[in-house]
Design a protein around this ligand. Structure first.
Ligand code: PLP
Length: 374
């Protein structure tokens, strides 16, 4: 079976982990955490990055920093992973879903303003497949209505919008290093704080609501309960693993892009004939080859494609079940407009396997795919 995903390891992870072991640094905020955060700061120009134990945790910290209270509304796409919504719902926030653009599958910026009410607190954008949302427009809407912008940039590490790094464009940016992403640590993430007024509070929230950070810096002689918070820190052994990945980020991403380009070229003919669609990347966006998808004619075609590929030992997947159609959203009884593009895309999209090492199987995958798409 050709798996859908296969985590890539550089080989240096284990050496870094043994260094952390020998340093007896375990809980986090040690040598490797600092190295990773410094690297992220340099990459993105953010005011401060903080490693977290997941992108979900980074989103939750952002939700606390945004001071989301019961009944506050957040605007976001329905075509996304659960955490984009749940990190705000957990604070009492009410998701207001808007539709996505047909081309990039990102939030349709022209639908944001009509969704704003006097309860709206924040706009949560998702840079799907590391292709940027229309941030100039979105930031100007946010400024006009005094809203925060939070980037779910789980797919967007090392991706750019008009030369600017994703995750550095809103008030907060959230990265994922989950093993299914490009750069991995198992379970891991980072919060990028792009507005320095939030840094101190973010560090307290990440440390279970304590000022442990000031204590370890010798600024206070005891640390205590300062605020709400939780255990959002990335463990040091995991940061040690991550450091090996960040050092290799350039080569990992360029190999993924090369695979992505082979797929893109391989389906050009069918796309020209109008049989399917491949990902669209605006010229001013730089992605990192995280996802390669096809959009087929209809749901029936998509489902039969997945099962026929499986019979040929090729594992293809689809996502997302639109959040507004999930059983939990129904329980929340959210009212929302029709989301026709979200619905249509989620019925027709299929993702092809993409991982380092798959290169010599691409011909086979593309050939088989052609047999099943007519
Ligand atoms: C993977 C993912 C997340 C969650 O990341 P974790 O690190 O697993 O918490 C959030 N949003 C999107 C769009 C994702 O793809």
């Amino acid at each position: 079976m050709i798996p859908f995903n296969k985590p890539y390891m550089t080989g240096n992870e284990i050496e870094n982990i043994s260094q952390a072991y020998l340093k007896k640094q375990l809980a986090g905020d040690g040598y490797f955490t600092n190295k990773c955060e410094y690297w992220l700061d340099r990459l993105t120009g953010t005011k401060k990055s903080l490693l977290t134990n997941s992108c979900t945790s980074a989103l939750e910290i952002a939700s606390i920093l945004a001071n989301i209270q019961k009944g506050d509304e957040i605007i976001l796409p329905s075509f996304t992973f659960v955490s984009t919504a749940n990190s705000f719902v957990i604070r009492g926030g009410k998701p207001v879903f808007v539709d996505i653009r047909k081309d990039t599958l990102n939030i349709d910026e022209s639908l944001i303003e009509p969704a704003i009410t006097d309860k709206t607190k924040a706009i949560i954008v998702v840079h799907y497949a590391g292709v940027a949302c229309e941030m100039e427009k979105i930031n100007s809407i946010a400024k006009k209505h005094n809203l925060l912008v939070i980037e779910d940039s789980a797919h967007g590490v090392c991706c750019y919008y008009k030369g600017l790094p994703l995750g550095s464009l809103g008030d907060f940016g959230c990265y994922s290093f989950h093993e299914t992403k490009n750069l991995i640590s198992g379970h891991g993430g980072a919060l990028l704080i792009n507005n320095s007024q939030y840094i101190d509070r973010a560090e307290i929230i990440r440390e279970r609501g304590t000022n442990r950070k000031e204590f370890s810096e010798g600024k206070v002689d005891k640390y205590s309960w300062n605020d709400i918070g939780s255990s959002y820190m990335q463990g040091e052994l995991v940061a040690a693993f991550l450091w090996a990945q960040l050092e290799a980020a350039k080569s990992i991403n360029s190999k993924r892009i090369a695979i992505w380009n082979i797929y893109k070229e391989g389906f050009k003919g069918l796309e020209k004939k109008g049989v399917l669609r491949t990902p669209y990347v605006p010229t001013y966006c730089k992605h990192s080859g995280h996802i390669f998808y096809l959009i087929l004619k209809d749901q029936k075609m998509r489902n039969s494609f997945i099962s026929k590929m499986k019979e040929q030992s090729i594992s293809c997947l689809f996502h997302y079940i639109p959040l507004h159609e999930s059983s939990y959203a129904k329980k929340l009884n959210l009212d929302h407009n029709e989301l026709p593009i979200t619905k249509s895309i989620s019925n027709r999209i299929v993702r092809l396997p993409l991982w380092l090492g798959i290169e010599d199987k691409l011909d086979y995958i593309i050939t088989k795919a052609h047999e099943f798409i007519k």
